[in-house]
Each structure stands twice: as structure tokens, then as C-alpha cells.
Design a protein around this ligand. Structure first.
Ligand code: ATP
Length: 591
């Protein structure tokens, strides 16, 4: 039976013909992919259907976070879609592309081996490769006093418990670019604090001025966490003298560090002609940094600035295109440009959540399920078919606590309660989605309090900021709570990277209710307790990286609600992205 065509379906490109039409009808291509490909091929006089198809597929790839399209892999990645798809033969496809006017100047698309790029991403990837190679080919940073360095390494990283971190710091001191990688609680921040102290001492011994240090992260939330964590680890482990050498520091988002320009979202005040002044730049949560932002950062740092890229390669990649951290972990080391600085031992969680995270990363479904089912103080696995009773029990006390504090005008207690628990969903919509659970929690509040919550803004409404608002000073990822003032009006208090801010609800445009949030949006933030609602095993969003990111948002306790089958499916699937950076860094350059 042929289904009637819905002429109002925006995903369909009704004017498309040939392969573009077949792939669009099958749901592989969105109308936007088809329109870009049709337009480009028409403008440049390309009549070959297979080139138009490749063009549309590369737009689709970028839309889903890849930097390029690997023509050898796309068929497997797309799947058979009822076997109705007519794929071009690979060799013929490559020849048609090589001969295409699309690959002649001005070259809107680029072909490198079997990887096809939109020009912008090709340029950015090439620039990142060249900047990293140039940094690695310089003479290594000078050490002012080797003996003092040796003593300081053992002072700042004492004894066996710090062996791994000492080795990582020892490596980072001797290279311009270091990727410091490790899972949750493996001591990355502690290592950064010690490393900064080492570098500050070396600068003093060399008779240089005090080090200029930049701490940065992709989001406001992550930057605020970094600043707090470095401060905490510094006061915990460093002597007064080491701390004094560091001076004060604060963390900023990458956008703020590079200097936002009102006329562009991808260009910044600091660039190759106006470099950042810092001697050391530490980037946290590097897994969230897109290829574009990495390109902008690398062109803005001086060649003799030490760059320390900190992150957990097991996490989901950036929302925009790229998988920079994973590419750098492999590419810099395998290409011989840098020595690995990897931390493996978890120092947090009484290590149960660390063990679970490690088993997820190593793709050990048996071990993961055993750890989940064994449970304990920090882990709970709820395999009930109906998640409502457990979610109600888990969420409602916290929600009512926030409401009570907000009703009493107690902002501090409301914000503290807000960060005690977070429900994470894979989906935005549908029965496992954030929208559904936000509504459900609101119904439970009404049941408990008899407040019908007619208005969008109600006392105790927790909110998540979903877009940067530079005018207000609130950023994507900031969270806040709606509090009653003594005069009865409502005020929203946002815990922003720049401190506590409060607004009339009507001034906040891009916010969502935060009884539940997506795992993607939770990247870069943590809560004391996390409940992860797993979707059904058939969900296409399930992946190892998604599950890993979700459970590692927990500071103390994690609860997974869902089936063992969903957990197994998540582990078996990778959220892989096609990129060429890793290959570029490993391969010998052609020119
Ligand atoms: N070698 C060590 N021995 C004992 N405790 C340590 C050691 N290194 C770090 N810690 C402690 O373990 C905890 C986690 O360390 P840290 O915050 O540096 O890890 P992280 O990898 O930055 O964590 P996150 O997952 O938040 O990124 C902190 O309380 C820290 O003080």
C-alpha cells in the first residue's frame, strides 16, 4: 500500500527528483539537505545525480554533528531503509565527484580521499591540524630549574596516591599542548591546580613576571564549576606559598575569553592578529568544544602559550559539529605530537559510580548490570515497567522543598535544593521526554498542594536558561528558581557564572521548566543525585556516550530507571561522528 503524501510535511522536498527524492521519501534526507544540494548543483551546472546525493548527504552529516561524510561508511551508517535505496557504486561515485564543477574553485565542497566536506569545515579542520602541528614542532618549553621542578613535583604530588597525576604534570610541563584526559573524579582539576603551581614557581625562578593564567570552559555553568573546583583543590592541596604565587583567577566561557563580537557568532576579538595575552590557557570540558571553537581558540593563543585541554573522552561530543577531544586524544599521541597525560584512578564516589562509569566506557554490559543490580548507597537500578511511582517518590520531596523555600522567599535554600537532584531524560518529547515529565511533575504538585498552577510562572518553578542573553548576563545552561517576594510578586533568581542575578519573569525569554532536563543539556553540570530515565530499547538516541554522560553527572548518587535491555542497547551503540582530524594528525602531511 502506498501512503498518501502529506504536502504540508516540512521534511519532504516535493520538487526533488531522482536519488534526492528517493532518499528524502525514505526519511534519510531532510528537505533542508535536498534544497542545499539542489541549489548548489544548479548554480554550478552539475547534472550528475550521484554528486547531488553526496552533497545532500554531507549536509545531513554536518546536521548530525559530523564534520565530513565518509563515502565508504555512509551506506552502513544509513542502513537499508527497506532496501529501497539505490546507492551509487563507490568508485563511480568518487570519479563523478572528482570531475564535478563543485570541486573546482570556489570549491563549495572538498574531497579528501573518501571524505567529503563542506568547505567551511574542511578549512577549520585543516587549520586546527596545522596550528597543532606548528605548536608541536617548536622547541619544547624551557625549564628554568630542573632540580627545583623535581622537588616541586614531589611536593605538589606526594607519594604513591599521586603517581598518575605527577606523571601527567611532568608530561604537561614539557609540552606546549597537553590533553589531560580522565573519567569523573580521576583528579583532573587537582592535577591542573598542581600544574599551575609548578609553572608559577618555574616562572618565578626564571625571573619572569607572574604567570597570566586563563581558565575557560565552553559553557557558563562549566566555567563556574571549573573556577570553584580549582579554588577548592588549590586550598585543599597547595601550600600558602604555592597559592600566593598563582594570584587570583577566575574562569570565563570560551566565548568571553576570545571576546564576543556583536557582528559575528563565529569570529572573535582575539584572533591570529590579536592574540590572547595568557601564558597558560586551561580549557575544561573540552569534549563539549566544537571544531569551530577549537579553530578560533588555536588561532588566538600565542605559539608560546601553554594549552592544557582537559576532558573526558567518554562523554558525548559537542552539540555543534566535531569530536575534537576524542580526535586529539588519539591524533596528538599517535601522530607523535604530544605525550599522553591520562588519569585512570577514580578518587571520588567511594568509587562505585566511578567503577560503573569505567565499565560503561569499556563496554562491559555484564559488569554494568551487575554493578547496577548490586546497588548500594550510591547506585540504584529500578527495572519496573511503569516509572511513575519511583519517579514520584524520587522527585516530589525535592520539588516540594524548593517550593516551600521559594514560598518563604528563601533564595539560598531554594537554589541549594535545586542542585540536590536532577531528572535526566534522553528525549525532549514523547513518553520518555522532558516535556512529558515536566508536565507530570506539575500535576503531582497540584495533587499535593491543590495549587492548580494555571500560570507558566509559579512559585518554586525551577528553570533552565536555553540561550545566551548577553544583555541580561545569563547563559545557556544557567539554572534558577522562581521565588515569592514579600509583596507577593514573583522573581526569578538565576545562579549564573557571574553570580546570583534576579529578574522579573517577563524579562526571561529562553527558559524551560527544569523538573526534568535532557542529558545533552546536562553536559558540563552536575547534581548531588541524578535519576536517569532510560527510554525504551528501540530509541535511536540510546548510545554508550549518552548513558555515560548521564551517570557521570552524579556527584554522590545515581538512580537508573529503565530496562536492562535499554542499558545493553545503549552500551552496544556508539554516538560516533565522522571527522578527519584524527587521521590528519596521524598521517604525514602532503605538502
Ligand atoms: N591523588 C589523590 N588522592 C586522594 N584524593 C584525591 C587525589 N586526587 C584528587 N583527589 C580528590 O578527589 C576528588 C576528585 O578530584 P578532582 O576534582 O580533581 O577530579 P576531576 O577529574 O577534576 O573530577 P570531575 O569529574 O569533576 O571533572 C577531589 O575531592 C580531590 O580532592
Amino acid at each position: 500500500m502506498t501512503l498518501p503524501i502529506d504536502s504540508y510535511d516540512s521534511s519532504l522536498a516535493l520538487a526533488a527528483t531522482g536519488s534526492l527524492r528517493t532518499f528524502n521519501d525514505a526519511g534519510v534526507l531532510h528537505s533542508a539537505d535536498v534544497h542545499v544540494a539542489s541549489r548548489l548543483t544548479a548554480m554550478l551546472g552539475e547534472g550528475d545525480e550521484s554528486v547531488a546525493l553526496a552533497c545532500a548527504l554531507v549536509v545531513r552529516a554536518v546536521r548530525s554533528g559530523s564534520v565530513c561524510l565518509d563515502l565508504t561508511e555512509v551506506r552502513d551508517e544509513v542502513g537499508d531503509h527497506g532496501a529501497s535505496l539505490d546507492w551509487p557504486d563507490l568508485n563511480g561515485w568518487l570519479t563523478a565527484l572528482a570531475d564535478s564543477p563543485l570541486l573546482a574553485p570556489p570549491q563549495p565542497i572538498r574531497l579528501e580521499g573518501t571524505r567529503l566536506y563542506l568547505d567551511r569545515y574542511w578549512r577549520e579542520e585543516k587549520q586546527v591540524e596545522q596550528d597543532l602541528r606548528a605548536r608541536a614542532s617548536q622547541a619544547p618549553p624551557a625549564i628554568a630549574d630542573e632540580a627545583a621542578l623535581h622537588v616541586a613535583l614531589h611536593r605538589l604530588f606526594p607519594g604513591t596516591p599521586f603517581d598518575e597525576q605527577r606523571a601527567a604534570a611532568h608530561t604537561a610541563v614539557r609540552q606546549w599542548t597537553t590533553v589531560l584526559s580522565g573519567g569523573p573524579g580521576t583528579g583532573k582539576t587537582t592535577t591542573v591546580a598542581g600544574l599551575l603551581a609548578l609553572l608559577a614557581e618555574q616562572a618565578e625562578l626564571a625571573g619572569d613576571r607572574r604567570l597570566r593564567i586563563a581558565l575557560t570552559a565552553p559553557t557558563g555553568k562549566a566555567a563556574a564549576r571549573l573556577e570553584e573546583a580549582v579554588r577548592g583543590e588549590t586550598s585543599k592541596w597547595l601550600s600558602d606559598q604555592d597559592t600566593a604565587r598563582l594570584g587570583g583567577f577566575n574562569a570565563r566561557t570560551l566565548h568571553m575569553l576570545l571576546g564576543r563580537r556583536p557582528d559575528s557568532s563565529t569570529r572573535f576579538r582575539h584572533n591570529r592578529d590579536n592574540r590572547l595575552p595568557h601564558d597558560v590557557v586551561v580549557v575544561d570540558e573540552t569534549s563539549m568544544v566544537s571544531l569551530t571553537m577549537m579553530a578560533r581558540l588555536l588561532e588566538a593563543v600565542r605559539p608560546d602559550t601553554r594549552l592544557v585541554l582537559v576532558g573526558d573522552p567518554g562523554q558525548l561530543a559537542s552539540i555543534e559539529a566535531g569530536a575534537v577531544l576524542a580526535d586529539l586524544v588519539d591524533g596528538l599521541v599517535e601522530g607523535g605530537h604530544a605525550t599522553a597525560a591520562e588519569l585512570r584512578t577514580s578518587h571520588r564516589f567511594g568509587s562505585e559510580i566511578g567503577d560503573l562509569a569505567s565499565a560503561v566506557r569499556r563496554n562491559q554490559p555484564g559488569e554494568v548490570l551487575t554493578l547496577l543490580r548490586r546497588g548500594g548507597d550510591r547506585i540504584q537500578f529500578v527495572e519496573d515497567d511503569d516509572p511513575r511511582p519511583i519517579l514520584r517518590r524520587a522527585l516530589l520531596p525535592g520539588v516540594l522543598k524548593i517550593r516551600e523555600a521559594a514560598e518563604a522567599g528563601d533564595v539560598d535554600s531554594a537554589l541549594v535544593a535545586l542542585n540536590e537532584h536532577r531528572l535526566l531524560c534522553a528525549h525532549r518529547d514523547g513518553p520518555w521526554g522532558v516535556a512529558h515529565w515536566n508536565r507530570t511533575v506539575e500535576r503531582w504538585i497540584t495533587d499535593e498542594t491543590e495549587d492548580p498552577l494555571w500560570d507558566t510562572w509559579y512559585v518554586g518553578r525551577p528553570v533552565l536558561v536555553t540561550a545566551n542573553d548577553y544583555g541580561l548576563g545569563v547563559y545557556n545552561g544557567d539554572v534558577g528558581v522562581t521565588v515569592r517576594r514579600p509583596d507577593g510578586t514573583l522573581r526569578v533568581h538565576i545562579d549564573s557564572a557571574r553570580g546570583r542575578l534576579d529578574f522579573s519573569p517577563s524579562r526571561l525569554g529562553d527558559v524551560q521548566t527544569l523538573h526534568a532536563m535532557t542529558i545533552h543539556k546536562a553536559q558540563g553540570s552536575q547534581a548531588t543525585e541524578i535519576t536517569v530515565l532510560m527510554p525504551g530499547a528501540e530509541s535511536r538516541l540510546l548510545s554508550r556516550e549518552l548513558f555515560y554522560t548521564a551517570i557521570t553527572r552524579a556527584e554522590e548518587r545515581v538512580r537508573v530507571v529503565g530496562s536492562a535491555e535499554a542499558v545493553r542497547t545503549a552500551l552496544s551503540r556508539r554516538a560516533l561522528r565522522a571527522t578527519g582530524l584524527r587521521h590528519r594528525l596521524i598521517d604525514t602531511p602532503h605538502q
